[in-house]
Design a protein. Structure first.
Length: 439
C-alpha cells in the first residue's frame, strides 16, 4: 500500500535512526560527490528543477531521506509507495491522485522504495504518467537498475549512485546523535571515541545500523548518578562480536591490508586468511578487500596462473551480490587460491616499463602501417601502407614493426618460468626467433 507523508512526522517512540532523520541538506551526511557545493544533484534540488530519478546504493546510505528532503525543498506532495505490498490497482489509484494534483499546479513526488521488486507490468504502469509529468518518480534500489528496471522506464530517469558512508562520516553521525536533542542531547552519555569507531566499523557504512547499535549500547549502559557510561563490553554485546578496532587515523587499516597482500605474495595461506578475518571482523568493507585481492591476482600472480584473475573477479562479484557475512567464504577461497598460486609480476613490471616510455615520449606518431585509412585522403597520405595481415601469412606471423621508430626493438614483457607463464615464455621465444630469421 502507499502512504502520503508530511516532511515532519511524530517522533515519539521512534527509533533513534528515525528521530535523527536529516530534515534538510545541511543535516544530510555523505554523498559529497552528488550533494557537495556545486555538485549536480545539489544544484537540481536548490533550483527546484529535478526530474524522475533512481537512487542506487546499499542499505542505510540515505536514499529515502534524500527523497524526503527533495519533497520538502520543492514543496511537492510526497507519496511513499511500497513496491513490496502494492500492485497495479494501488498504482492506478496513486496516479489518479497525482493527475488531479497536477491540474491544480501541484507537483507530486512518488517515492518507490525497492523499485526492483516491481514486475514489468507494474513498472510499465508508471510510464505514461512519468512521460506527461503527472509524477516525478524517485525510485530507490539496492540492485543494479540496468538489470532490474525496465529499459523504457530507466531511459526516462537519471540514475544517481549513492555510496556506503565512510567510517569518518558514520562517526560524525554518532557524535551528532549524542549532541542533538532528538537523540541523546538531553542526557549525559560517556562513551570513548574508540568505541564510536568500533560501532562505525561494525555498521559497514550503514547509518541505520550504526545509530541502532549506539541506541542499544546507551540503553544498556551503566547509570552513574545523572550520567550513562557505555563500556567496551556494552558495545561488544550489542555487536555480538569482539571489538577489533582500527585506530582513528586509519593506520591499522593500511597495516592490515598490507599484511594480507604480503602474506599472499609469500605463499602463506594461513597468515593470509588470518589477516582477512581480522579485516572483515573489524567491519572492513568486503568490496574494498575484494578490489585489493583482484589487483593482487594480476600484479603478483599474473600469467603464471590466468585463472587467478577469474577467481578474484568472481569473488568480487559474489561480495557485491551477497554481502556480509555470507561473502566471507568467497573471499577466503580467493585468498587461499592466490596464496598457493605460482607467482609472477612480469605483466606488472611490463606495464611499468611501458608507462615510463609512454610518459616521456607522448608525441611519438603511430606508424603509418598501423593506421586505418577509411577516407581517400588518408589513403593518399599512405595511411595503412605496407600493413601486413598476419592471418594471411603461412605462420600467422609477420616482421612488421609495430613500435614507433624511436622505440624499435624495445622489450617490456619478460615472462618468468613460473606455472602457465612458462608456456608463454616458450611461445615468445619462438616468435622472436622467427622474426630474427625473417628480418
Amino acid at each position: 500500500m502507499y502512504e502520503q507523508s508530511t516532511f515532519f512526522e511524530d517522533e515519539r517512540s521512534q527509533p533513534l535512526a528515525a528521530r535523527l532523520r536529516p530534515r534538510d541538506l545541511g543535516e544530510y551526511c555523505g554523498q559529497k560527490h552528488l550533494l557537495g557545493e556545486g555538485k549536480v544533484l545539489r544544484r537540481l534540488i536548490e533550483s527546484d528543477s529535478i526530474g524522475s530519478m533512481i537512487f542506487w546504493g546499499p542499505p542505510g546510505v540515505g536514499k529515502t531521506t534524500l527523497a524526503r528532503i527533495i519533497a520538502g525543498h520543492t514543496k511537492a506532495d510526497f507519496i511513499d509507495f511500497s513496491a513490496v505490498t502494492s500492485g497495479i490497482k494501488e498504482i492506478k489509484q496513486v496516479m489518479e491522485q497525482a493527475e488531479r494534483a497536477r491540474r491544480f499546479g501541484k507537483k507530486t513526488i512518488l517515492f518507490v522504495d525497492e523499485i526492483h521488486r516491481f514486475n514489468k507490468a507494474q513498472q510499465d504502469a508508471f510510464l505514461p504518467f512519468v512521460e506527461r509529468g503527472s509524477i516525478i518518480l524517485i525510485g530507490a534500489t539496492t540492485e543494479n537498475p540496468s538489470f532490474e528496471v525496465n529499459g523504457a522506464l530507466l531511459s526516462r530517469c537519471k540514475v544517481f549512485v549513492l555510496h556506503a558512508l565512510s567510517t569518518e562520516e558514520i562517526e560524525q553521525l554518532l557524535r551528532h546523535a549524542l549532541r542533538d536533542a532528538r537523540g541523546f542531547g538531553n542526557q549525559e552519555v560517556e562513551i570513548a571515541p574508540e568505541l564510536l569507531t568500533a560501532i562505525a566499523n561494525f555498521s559497514g557504512g550503514d547509518a541505520r545500523i550504526a545509530l541502532s547499535t549506539l541506541e542499544m549500547a546507551v540503553l544498556n549502559g551503566r547509570i552513574e548518578g545523572t550520567k550513562t557510561v557505555v563500556s567496551a563490553e556494552d558495545v561488544e554485546q550489542c555487536t555480538s562480536k569482539k571489538s577489533l578496532l582500527y585506530d582513528k587515523k586509519g593506520e591499522e587499516h593500511y597495516n592490515l591490508i598490507s599484511a594480507l597482500h604480503k602474506s599472499m605474495r609469500n605463499s602463506d595461506p594461513d597468515a593470509a586468511v588470518y589477516w582477512l578475518a581480522r579485516m572483515l571482523e573489524a567491519g572492513e568493507d568486503p568490496l574494498y578487500v575484494a578490489r585489493r585481492v583482484t589487483r593482487f591476482a594480476a600484479e603478483d600472480v599474473g600469467l603464471a596462473d590466468p585463472r587467478a584473475l577469474e577467481l578474484a573477479v568472481a569473488a568480487f562479484q559474489a561480495c557485491h551480490m551477497i554481502g556480509m557475512p555470507e561473502c566471507t567464504v568467497h573471499l577466503a577461497e580467493a585468498v587461499v587460491y592466490l596464496s598457493l598460486a605460482p607467482k609472477s609480476n612480469a605483466v606488472y613490471t611490463a606495464y611499468g616499463r611501458a608507462r615510463r616510455d609512454a610518459l616521456t615520449q607522448l608525441a611519438e606518431p603511430v606508424p603509418l602501417a598501423l593506421r586505418n585509412a577509411p577516407t581517400k585522403l588518408m589513403k593518399e597520405l599512405d595511411y595503412g601502407k605496407d600493413y601486413q595481415y598476419a592471418h594471411d601469412a603461412a605462420d600467422k606471423l609477420t616482421n612488421m614493426q609495430c613500435l614507433p621508430d624511436s622505440l624499435a626493438g624495445r622489450e617490456y614483457y619478460t615472462p618468468t618460468e613460473e606455472g602457465a607463464e612458462s608456456r608463454l615464455a616458450a611461445r615468445l621465444a619462438e616468435i622472436k626467433a622467427w622474426k630474427k630469421r625473417h628480418k
